[in-house]
Design a protein around this ligand. Structure first.
Ligand code: 9MG
Length: 287
């Protein structure tokens, strides 16, 4: 089994992400129904205020997304996606000290947002879109490669695996190898098992239970568990009542070695993950 050892300080387009301890990524969805100006128009100012609150709460990076990846979500053309995310990234670049991540699969969105200051590409399609990998190789920013079985339109129809942990890990290692062959240094690669993306509850639970196996491969592991439907299914809770179980799952992921936890609820998650890390840092020392 190949295991790599990587630098823990990532240069994200001039801003730093320190992965020597688990960090929290705040979710900033920039879709037409978010951040209203009080009427029917989107307010970039309100989006920036929300990002600033997340940074005050301890977020080490903010993930901006203009195309929903929820099950059943409709694709958005690149022009519309850029129209949503660019003004926010331009405003955020000066307004917050932490790196900005762009959640996109489209090379044109990657190029324009990195030029505007984005410092990490979060691609739930793991750079499988045409030209995406070559584009990231030229941009010089880190990339998060996520596993998904199928496409958002249909991914929850009937996902099947023989061994979900083996298959997800194998996919991610193969994508990381392809990135390295395309000129993206290993130091700039993060991997993500993609909780909820083409997985039933049991697959998600197995992936979290065995997350240390993915962590042991050496790439920083990013996880997104916040408010996901797996919680709704296990506990029968609506999306607005999933804070405590989301924090519990974040702690479990951090305990298993996750490097970045993507969440909507930054302050709560930061406090819990820091407490978890304080216990982890003691290690085997009982003296
Ligand atoms: C955009 N997005 C939604 N869920 C996600 C997850 O679990 N991981 C990553 N990397 N991105 C996500």
């Amino acid at each position: 089994m190949n295991q790599i050892s990587l630098n823990k300080i990532l240069d994200c387009n001039g801003k730093t992400l320190d992965l020597s301890q688990p960090q929290v990524m705040g979710v900033l969805n920039v879709t037409p129904d978010s951040f209203s100006d009080g009427g029917h128009f989107f307010s970039a100012e309100k989006a920036v205020e929300q990002a600033q609150r997340m940074v005050e709460g301890g977020a080490a990076i903010i993930d901006v997304g203009g195309e929903s990846t929820r099950p059943g979500a409709e694709p958005v053309p690149a022009e519309e996606e850029l129209h949503r995310v660019l003004p926010v990234i331009e405003a955020l670049q000066a307004a917050i000290p932490v790196p900005i991540s762009i959640d996109t699969r489209k090379p044109e969105v990657m190029r324009a947002t990195v030029a505007a200051g984005a410092g990490l590409i979060n691609d739930v399609y793991a750079l499988q879109a045409q030209d995406a990998m070559a584009t990231v190789a030229t941009l010089g920013v880190p990339v998060c490669l996520m596993h998904m079985q199928g496409l958002p339109e249909t991914m929850q129809d009937n996902p099947e695996y023989t061994d979900v942990v083996e298959e997800v890990t194998g996919f991610l290692m193969a994508r990381a190898d392809a990135c390295i062959a395309a000129g993206i240094p290993a130091e700039r690669i993060l991997v993500d098992p993609g909780f909820g993306f083409g997985k039933i509850v049991q697959h998600n639970l197995q992936l979290l239970h065995h997350l240390d196996r993915l962590v042991s491969r050496g790439y920083p592991v990013l996880v997104g568990l916040s408010r996901k439907s797996l919680i709704g299914k296990v506990l029968d809770l609506p999306v607005d009542n999933r804070l405590y179980p989301s924090v519990a799952l974040a702690v479990l992921a951090a305990w298993k070695g996750a490097a970045v936890i993507r969440t909507h609820d930054v302050r709560e998650t930061v406090e819990a993950v820091r407490m978890c890390q304080a216990v982890r840092a003691v290690g085997d020392n009982t003296g």
